[in-house]
Design a protein around this ligand. Structure first.
Ligand SMILES: [Cu+2]
Length: 291
């Protein structure tokens, strides 16, 4: 076997291995994650549906091309065809079929978009503000389906965790490989309950940032002067820690403002929120007293 053929075979095998890894493993870094919210699962479903439609089209188109090139090659005495070129019937068929495929894909895609934009009937509203280079989370209100209850004084900054921060400094002499969740950990994560529709209001205080946690399926810009909104609802039983990053190039330390979301059960979240409020109330009282 020539070197070229060996290289081609090796490349083919590597490609197959990568494809198998990408599609066979649920947490593959090459494929879109399935995620833990209805939106992320819907996005994954649409992504895979479109992928397999594209694979089907590629098989048909490239199959016909390769078959035609091999079967009707000049050395076999093939002569140019005159029936398909400028055939109105053929042109109508190859226009209508792609239109049907696109419309068929647009229906589930539009349904998904409508769901993504529907932030009504949320159980918790949190405002996230992007700063150079950290996030601020402010818990605004809770809704039990009947009444909207304001949450007072629960607001905090979420910045890069200090081990990552020390290690990242030029000439720190520290080994990033020894820092757990290097550059993907914060001092105060966003805490939300599972099984509750959480509405997130997004804005920026200086430049444009963007909030993205892949497992939650949502990414949206945080723009100064505007309030964007989105919602996330983590499935019950999927409590845990989910990580993301600012995904808008927002300046020198853009790579150092990660996002961490801790999802707790409804009961644990209620306890956490109650624990935050006395501290917030004390801090407010102290500020007022000092004025
Ligand atoms: Cu940013």
């Amino acid at each position: 076997m020539s070197i070229q053929k060996k290289l081609a075979a090796a490349a083919g095998l590597a490609g197959l291995a990568i494809s198998a890894a990408a599609f066979g493993h649920p947490e593959s870094s090459l494929n879109l994650p399935v995620g833990v919210t209805p939106i992320s699962q819907q996005a994954h479903y649409l992504h895979m549906l479109t992928l397999w439609v594209c694979v089907g089209i590629a098989v048909v188109v490239f199959g016909a091309m390769i078959y035609s090139m091999v079967k009707f090659r000049k050395s076999q005495g093939a002569v140019p065809d005159t029936s398909i070129v400028h055939s109105t019937k053929a042109e109508i068929i190859w226009t209508i079929i792609p239109v049907i495929i696109l419309v068929a894909l647009a229906v589930p895609a539009t349904k998904g978009l409508v769901i993504i934009e529907d932030t009504r009937n949320s159980g918790l509203t949190v405002k996230a503000t992007g700063y150079q280079w950290k996030w601020q989370y402010e818990y605004l209100s809770q809704n039990d389906g009947k009444t909207e209850t304001p949450i007072s004084g629960v607001s905090y900054y979420s910045a890069l965790e200090e081990n990552s921060n020390f290690t990242r400094q030029l000439g720190s002499g520290l080994d990033p490989n020894k820092v757990e969740n290097y550059l993907l950990d914060v001092d105060h994560p966003l805490v939300i309950p599972s099984g509750v529709k959480v509405r997130l209001l997004l804005t920026g205080n200086d430049v444009i940032h963007a909030w993205w946690v892949p497992q939650l399926g949502m990414k949206r810009d945080a723009i100064p002067g505007f309030v964007n909104e989105m919602w996330i609802q983590v499935d019950e039983g999927k409590e845990g820690t989910y990580r993301g990053q600012c995904v808008e190039l927002c300046g020198r330390d853009h790579g150092f403002m990660p996002i961490v979301v801790v999802v707790k059960t409804k009961q644990d979240f209620a306890a956490w929120l109650a624990a935050q409020q006395p501290a917030a109330a004390t801090a407010t009282a102290a500020t007022t007293a000092s004025l």
